[in-house]
Design a protein around this ligand. Structure first.
Ligand SMILES: Cc1cc2nc3c(=O)[nH]c(=O)nc-3n(C[C@H](O)[C@H](O)[C@H](O)COP(=O)(O)OP(=O)(O)OC[C@H]3O[C@@H](n4cnc5c(N)ncnc54)[C@H](O)[C@@H]3O)c2cc1C
Length: 489
């Protein structure tokens, strides 16, 4: 039987965590790596798409957590790369709440409803933390259930958009409360290309390096005492001393990848317990704009009796003036419902909502774009959402290595899960942890092997055996230009 392709480390997934882990390894001399990516590009949940004449972000759109005492590392990457961004001011959204007949709720009503919703959410959070139902809370105040359309709309934006008013979110506490929308034709993914070009061979903005294999779906990881065998959907087998697995928590839950032996119970239980949020941005293009623009008008809200029904809207005039694009965000149940229906049906529903808000004479949308993160078998959702009862043990278990397989990705970040910077920092941490592990293993091997080599090999023989290792390294390293012709992207 032919021996499998072998290298030091295989990284499964080329999202921000996989690329940042690979970068740490390469920078520290571990260059015989192989990155296996299921889709046709790097970026994962950071992905741009040409829509109309502009680049829109199907996945992550914002750099969240800017302007605080500590600097968000992703913001630093964006500044270094000259990425174009626009500040997003959500604070006015609550004053642009439309009812079904197109009237904007008076600001006093909106502010009051908002205040009550925040108080109620804080109350609910306290009782959830105590493990008690709301009606037996210490101070006997009962958290109120949202019922009216405006209450439901505000409840949606407070909870499904993780507004910092309800609980302290590490991202905002550590890095600041400002958020910047990426509005750059090169896309948010440009940050990943900038990182990748530091250790992979690139030309004309394309990665041309045979250490990155796109369209390669990993289906099985077989962990043994001294290596991991990786089998892909097309039947190829690779072998490495270690694997870094950066696929999303949704993919881990979906069992797209089998583990031999099975993952231990503590690991699989922790993976199953983590919730997955689905978040869908639907883009609609119009022949001209009919919505209000100007200061404080970027975000607007539709209040409907069904929670989350085309609630949260944004116009793209600040990001791309003249683009005539609206974005509406759906989450969870509504995302799944819309993913399973035709885009024409979704356009019809969205147009109905817009006519409620802006009247019957508005123009029909000329194009629609509906990303399907939940049905994408390489994602199975948008990002992890630790349940309220999750403790640090659960996160530790999700992150902990099993044998020679290390787990990384936004879901392994205790403080910043769900965010781009969570994925980035998790990748750096995993890369560094693996370097430590490799150093320790090398030291222990040398202490066993040194006396043996001295006993069994003459000096020249020992040198020859080292050269064989070096030749193997050249498969991946130092000859990337020759590898060019063989690469298919
Ligand atoms: C719609 C949406 C909006 C978001 N908005 C924001 C935002 O505004 N700000 C923010 O900070 N964050 C946002 N996020 C979250 C952010 O995008 C993620 O936290 C981050 O990009 C995750 O990076 P990652 O490396 O952990 O995972 P991923 O990017 O998912 O990388 C994992 C990679 O593994 C690959 N893969 C999966 N299965 C296999 C397999 N079997 N074999 C080989 N490869 C495989 C995938 O194709 C993918 O490329 C959003 C996400 C979504 C989906």
């Amino acid at each position: 039987m032919e021996s499998p392709n072998r290298c030091s480390v295989i990284i499964v997934g080329a999202g921000i965590s996989g690329i940042s882990a690979a970068k740490v390894l390469a920078e520290n001399g571990v260059e015989d790596i192989l990155i296996l990516e299921a889709s046709d590009s790097i970026g994962g949940r950071i992905r741009k798409h040409k829509f109309g004449s502009v680049s829109v972000e199907l996945g992550a759109g914002w750099i969240a957590g800017v302007g605080g005492e500590k600097s968000n590392p992703v913001w630093e990457l964006a500044v270094e790369s000259g990425l174009r961004t626009c500040f997003s001011d959500y604070s006015n959204a609550r004053y642009n709440i439309y009812d079904r007949s197109g009237r904007i709720f008076p600001s006093g009503v909106a502010a009051d409803t908002y205040k009550k919703a925040v108080e109620s959410a804080i109350q609910k959070l306290r009782t959830d933390e105590d493990g008690l139902p709301a009606y037996v809370a210490n101070d006997r105040r009962i958290s109120t259930k949202p019922e009216t359309p405006i209450e439901l709309a505000i409840d949606f934006i407070l909870h499904d958009f993780e507004m910092a008013e309800v609980e302290p979110i590490s991202t905002y506490v550590d890095f600041g409360e400002r958020e910047f929308l990426v509005a750059d034709e090169r896309g948010y993914e440009y940050l990943l290309y900038k990182m990748a070009e530091e250790f992979l061979f690139t030309s004309d903005g394309k990665i041309l390096d045979n250490r990155l294999k796109l369209n390669t779906v990993v289906r099985e990881l077989q962990d043994s005492r001294d290596s991991v065998r990786v089998t892909t959907e097309d039947g190829c087998v690779y072998e490495a001393s270690y694997v870094i697995l950066s696929v999303s928590i949704g993919v881990l839950q979906s069992h797209l990848i089998s583990f031999i032996p099975h993952l231990p119970k503590w690991k699989s239980e922790a993976i199953e317990k983590c919730e997955v949020m689905v978040y869908t941005k639907i883009f609609l293009k119009f022949p001209y704009k009919f919505w209000p623009c100007g200061p404080g008008k970027e975000f607007f809200i539709y209040a409907h009796e069904q929670r989350g029904y085309y609630t949260f809207w944004q116009h793209m005039e600040n990001a791309y003036p003249g683009s005539n694009i609206l974005v509406v965000t759906l989450t969870n149940g509504e995302s799944k419902r819309v993913e399973s229906q035709s885009d024409q049906q979704t356009m019809k529903e969205a147009m109905g909502v817009l006519r409620d808000m802006f009247g019957p004479d508005i123009p029909e949308a000329t194009d629609i774009l509906v990303p399907r993160w939940y049905n994408n078998r390489y994602q199975r959702g948008s990002y992890s959402n630790y349940p309220i009862y999750a403790d640090s043990q659960m996160v530790d278990n999700i992150r902990a290595p099993v044998g020679r397989i290390l787990f990384t990705g936004e879901h392994t970040s205790e403080k910043f899960n769900g965010y781009v910077h969570g994925g980035y920092l998790a990748g750096l941490d995993t890369g560094e942890a693996l370097l430590e592990e490799m150093k320790a293993e090398k030291a222990s091997n040398e202490s066993i092997l040194q006396p043996l080599i001295a006993l069994t090999l003459s000096k020249t023989q020992a040198k020859t055996s080292l050269q064989i290792c070096d030749m193997h390294r050249q498969l991946f390293h130092g000859d990337s230009k020759r590898g060019l012709a063989e690469v298919t992207l």
